[in-house]
Design a protein around this ligand. Structure first.
Ligand SMILES: [Zn+2]
Length: 705
């Protein structure tokens, strides 16, 4: 028996130096983490004790002088944390719990090391003859330290630490309260008649939930998979109202799970953090490191969208109201039949918030008669894979070849070698398609190795991975996807192209390492292809008959795309307005949250606002998540992807010249320059909302003089 060597300490000795998953043992991680931290510290000591004058090479680039030795911590962290999401178990999770505080502590020790920062500051002040890419790396490094408080005096640093700690503690409490309140509510139904309208899957799930809590009948909860079908299908208006009010008043009650004061405090803490670091508002602090750059640009986007979409949203609402039954005994047109049940005495008239999902679904079925299930037979996974790879081949000339010699972390994972159009090796591409135990929900793209050019001038090519939870094959059927799942694949594949085409000198500026509101451009861009007939024609064939997806069905898909698009847009914009209202505050926030909210998003709200409901207390994105002063970026990215795709629409969706320009100017450049600079080089100008309006079928109303 040969002695086990920790694979992180020796050359991988695999095809393209891919991770030797088959040789890693659990205990190898911790050993490599601890040794990696030790080598990191050793290197920092070497840097700060260097008697030479600080230079870009001896201070910023230090890591590169012995990558195999000093890169250990990066190497082990990448593998470990990728697997924590894609293929974990109790031992791995326990180790993550143990390592997390040690790694955070280490990161803080580096960021707050005054002697290290002083050298970086010197280089930042006195550097000469740097290439633009070197300058960018230097600026990013310097700003990273400054944004962590490196320029503050001791008291300031201590204050920043307190504020940050309190904010992270309150974020956690916010989430815990929300979870508790959401779990506390159930709707218990024992009368079968009250299940009217609900699909079997929802009823079965509710029966199971009841059984699990030793109850008769059916139990509905505020969890999305229970709540959403209830609001969409239940014909019981009074029950819908109960559910709606329960969900939209969580964390406002006078109890320990109240989030109102927590939100106030969080808004104030973030303002204080920003002001301590020299910014007027938290939004100013955040947007400094975003493509949008400043609050003016964000508000311009939000206001332009309101102006453009509001008239259509008003029409959509009118159409929706027409599907509503009239009140009993009032203005009933004789002979007119309504599919929907009539209102009962004593109920609120008109379209109420608890009616929206219900009537929207009714209207949608009436107009398009399109159900996600109808498309599955045309989207067999193996065909979708060839469709997506074929698309990349038509656009960029690249090819994919499965290589079974590349180690994988689970037998379901496929590994491909990717070759450029001249036949040279470009990247390794892992694909992990289906759900399983130990894998997180959702879909994402990640890397096991980034791209960079090493000291010897060798271009180290990336190893990218897409991880998804697509429908699994069954005993008698192959994996048949929905159109939504095809889009998910295209989305993650778009991120992976950003990684695979990367061609920059430094890893931290490479591939998807771009400003946060730019990262979704390459991914959302690819989603555009999903409803293009020319593309569907290349792979969407019935898995049994081989018949192509019928034209008539494609037409209905395209038409139904924009159903209620303006309403959906205004909803996103209203959240963006609310987010910005909190984080553009210059003064301490003393307002009443519920009143403030209603005022903040008024411009984008069409229906009447209910007095007791509140969004802020459950708006995790901006209170507990990373979207504070960043919610606008959903719409920002949509504007970009529609605008970029319009160039392809003009020259043909498979146009190789346009694709080459997209690759050269955007996909290969990573974060080496400001995204707006990159984008303008591809587009010839700044993006406008026009292409998005066109895609959504919105005609701008001409302003009356
Ligand atoms: Zn994405």
């Amino acid at each position: 028996m040969s002695e086990h060597k920790n694979p992180f300490f020796v050359p991988y000795d695999t095809p393209h130096d891919t991770v030797p998953f088959d040789r890693i043992r659990l205990e190898d991680y911790e050993e490599a983490f601890m040794e990696g931290i030790r080598r990191d510290n050793e290197q920092i000591e070497k840097t700060i004790n260097n008697p030479e004058r600080p230079t870009f090479d001896n201070t910023i680039l230090n890591k590169d002088d012995d990558e195999d030795y000093y890169g250990l911590l990066d190497r082990v962290s990448t593998v470990f944390f990728n697997l924590i999401s894609a293929e974990t178990n109790d031992e791995m999770d326990a180790l993550a719990q143990k390592m997390q505080p040690i790694l955070t502590q280490h990161a803080n020790d580096v960021r707050l090391n005054p002697r290290l920062f002083e050298r970086i500051r010197q280089v930042h002040l006195h550097h000469r003859r740097l290439t633009p890419e070197e300058k960018k790396l230097l600026d990013n490094t310097y700003e990273g330290f400054v944004r962590s408080g490196a320029l503050l005096d001791e008291a300031g640093k201590e204050r920043l630490r307190q504020l940050t700690e309190e904010a992270s503690m309150l974020s956690l409490q916010f989430s815990q309260n929300l979870l508790k309140e959401n779990k506390a509510y159930t709707m218990h139904i024992t009368d079968k008649a009250q299940l009217d309208g609900l699909p079997d899957t929802a009823i079965e799930a509710a029966a199971l939930a009841a059984k699990e809590s030793d109850k008769e009948g059916w139990l509905f909860t505020l969890d999305y998979p229970s709540y959403s079908p209830f609001m969409t299908y239940s014909t019981q208006r009074e029950l819908r109202k109960q559910m709606y009010m329960a969900r939209n008043t969580v964390c406002t009650h006078d109890n320990t799970e109240n989030n109102l004061e927590i939100c106030k405090r969080l808004v104030n803490l973030r303002r204080e953090i920003a002001q301590l670091l020299g910014y007027k508002t938290y939004a100013d602090y955040v947007l400094k490191r975003r493509m949008a750059s400043n609050t003016r640009n964000v508000y311009k986007l939000l206001n332009d969208l309101i102006d453009a979409y509001k008239p259509t949203a008003v029409k959509e609402r009118k159409e929706l109201k027409q599907t509503l039954p009239e009140m009993k005994g009032r203005g009933h047109t004789p002979g007119k039949k309504h599919a929907a049940p009539s209102l009962q005495e004593g109920q609120e008239e008109g379209l109420q918030p608890w009616d929206t999902a219900f009537y929207t679904h009714k209207l949608q079925m009436k107009k398009y008669n399109l159900d996600a299930e109808m498309l599955r037979p045309y989207f067999e996974l193996s065909k979708v894979i060839s469709g997506v790879f074929g698309l990349a081949n038509r656009l960029y000339g690249i090819t994919f070849k499965e290589n079974k010699d590349i180690p994988v972390y689970h037998p379901d994972v496929k590994a491909y070698e990717v070759f450029d159009k001249d036949g040279s090796y470009l990247a390794v591409f892992y694909a992990d398609f289906h759900p399983r135990k130990g894998k997180q929900g959702g879909a994402w793209m990640t890397e096991y190795q980034g791209q960079w050019i090493d000291r010897k001038g060798e271009n180290v090519r990336p190893h990218v991975s897409v991880v998804m939870n697509l429908t699994k094959p069954t005993e008698d059927k192959p994996a048949l996807l929905t159109l939504g799942e095809v889009e998910t694949f295209l989305h993650e594949f778009g991120h992976s192209l950003h990684g695979m085409f990367a061609n920059t000198r430094f890893e931290s500026l490479s591939g998807t390492n771009v400003l946060w509101d730019f990262v979704e451009l390459p991914s959302q861009f690819m989603e555009n292809f999903a409803i293009e007939k020319e593309f569907l024609r290349t792979f969407a064939f019935h898995y049994e008959t081989g018949e192509p997806l019928p034209d008539e069905l494609i037409r209905r898909i395209v038409r139904s795309r924009n159903f209620m698009a303006a309403t959906a847009c205004l909803r996103q914009v209203s959240f963006g307005l609310l987010d910005m209202a909190y984080y553009t505050k210059k003064e301490p926030f003393e307002d009443d949250i519920m009143a403030f909210e209603k005022q903040a998003w008024k411009k984008a709200i069409l229906g009447k606002q209910l007095k007791d409901t509140c969004m802020t207390v459950q708006f995790s994105h901006i209170m507990a998540g990373g979207y504070a002063a960043g919610y606008y970026s959903y719409k920002w990215a949509e504007v970009l992807d529609a605008d970029a795709f319009s160039v392809f629409k003009r020259h043909g969706i498979f146009d190789q010249k346009t694709a080459q320009s997209f690759r050269d100017n955007i996909l290969s450049k990573g974060g080496t320059e400001h995204p707006m600079t990159l984008y303008k080089r591809f587009r010839g100008g700044e993006p406008t909302i026009d292409a998005l309006l066109k895609r959504n079928g919105i005609k701008r109303e001409t302003t009356k003089a």
